[in-house]
Design a protein around this ligand. Structure first.
Ligand code: PMP
Length: 384
């Protein structure tokens, strides 16, 4: 804070003040990191002041977009998947081995960056309705990208199925160097374990073990399960709450144990396939990474596209925080939960990725931020 310096006019006390500042900066900067992998994890926990002031709860967000390889929580998972495969002898650096994955973007970006750093190739299959920034970025990272029409999981060309097939084809093809490894983020133990070993303990340390609730969306379920499995035994009273976007069956899975609302009849499943501009969270099938922690999820909160958009704008306007759609969903759900719990509680959620990755889709749906005519209250946002 250089305002301290501006208050000093003689040069000797200015120097003394500067020495103090440099010393404290050195302490905070920490050690030299070992490549991009050294920049994964230990992300800051940020108090979101506007949401905290408005609700009387402390709303804290783990800044996962500051993970330093692919800039999302998926850095933790991608590194875990590759380390596990290396340990099992399934990947050998610089041998032509290629990691295949079906992803809406974030996991692919993390895998592509870490593969580069470790001497592997990456081949990413993704739905073609995801923001174009993500596939552009993947290509710049040297990954092979296959964009496919969105399809149900029973379809062999669905992006996850296609990645699995491509990995097998690679291994069977004698003309291709190395082998293919299917990363399998939805089913692999390496996913929830990365959050059990990293995100969960970090939240516990950063809050000094004092928190009332953890709120998160689920794309594979790895984050919510891993964090819940770590925190719940230590803090039996903590509430683990799922933030669920339109079209996802997980809300009903948490509330009723099945993917559709049993009170509704015929056609429910079809109605769930609604269009949404939220990317990265929401699932309509059972995945190991969600199921492994499902029993620990206490409640679920639905969030609409409009609420997420309004929250994303709110966070820029009031806090200067520019995030993507899943982070906005998390913040809406955290605010709704704060209203339910009442003032005086501490709630932790995640900021998953930057708004820069969503300019052409999520952020394209909203008017530019600014101007007093934009003023909406938080109450209006969570009830919109
Ligand atoms: N946010 C973003 C941007 C994501 O891409 C994902 C995962 N696809 C998530 C959140 C959800 O994380 P998880 O897979 O651990 O449930």
């Amino acid at each position: 804070d250089i305002s301290r310096l501006s208050k000093t006019d003689d040069i000797e006390s200015l120097k003394k003040n500067l020495t103090d500042i440099v010393e404290s900066l050195e302490r905070e900067a920490g050690s030299i990191k070992e490549g991009i992998e050294g920049c994964i994890g230990n992300t800051p926990l940020i108090k979101i002041k506007s949401l905290s002031d408005a609700t009387g709860c402390e709303i804290l967000a783990k800044a996962e977009f500051l993970n330093g390889a692919g800039n999302s929580p998926k850095d933790r998972v991608a590194l875990g998947i590759i380390q596990l495969a290396e340990e099992r002898g399934l990947l050998v650096p610089h041998s032509g081995d290629t990691v295949y994955e079906g992803t809406v973007g974030s996991t692919g970006i993390s895998l592509a960056a870490i593969c580069r750093a470790r001497g592997y190739k990456a081949h990413i299959c993704m739905p073609d309705d995801m923001a174009i920034e993500k596939s552009d970025l993947l290509q710049k990272l040297g990954a092979e990208v296959e964009r496919v029409r969105p399809a149900p999981i029973v379809d062999q060309n669905q992006f996850v199925n296609l990645a699995r097939t491509r990995a097998t084809e690679h291994t069977k093809n004698p003309d291709k160097p190395g082998r293919g490894l299917f990363a399998d983020q939805f089913e692999t133990e390496a996913n929830w374990l990365a959050h059990f070993a990293g995100t969960g303990p970090e939240i516990y340390e950063q809050t000094g073990g004092s928190l009332n609730a953890f709120v998160s969306g689920a794309g594979t379920g790895g984050t919510i399960s891993g964090v819940a499995l770590y925190l719940k035994p230590k803090l039996p009273d903590i509430k683990i709450v799922l933030a669920d976007p339109p079209g996802s069956g997980l809300f009903n899975r948490v509330k009723y144990g099945v993917m559709f609302d049993p009170k509704e009849r015929e056609g429910t499943r079809r109605r769930h396939q609604v269009d949404t501009i939220i990317e990265g969270i929401g699932i309509n099938r059972v995945t190991h990474n969600f199921e492994v922690g499902r029993e620990l999820v206490d409640d679920a909160i639905r969030v609409t596209d409009d609420q997420a958009l309004a929250m994303a704008k709110w966070l820029v306007e009031h806090d200067g925080i520019f995030v993507g759609s899943s982070s906005a969903v998390n913040c809406v759900a955290a605010t709704k939960l704060a209203k339910q719990l009442g003032p005086g509680h501490r709630i932790v959620t995640l900021l998953c990725d930057s708004g820069a990755r969503h300019l052409s889709k999520f952020w394209a749906s909203t008017e530019p931020v600014g101007g007093s005519e934009d003023d909406v209250s938080l109450e209006e946002i969570i009830n919109s």
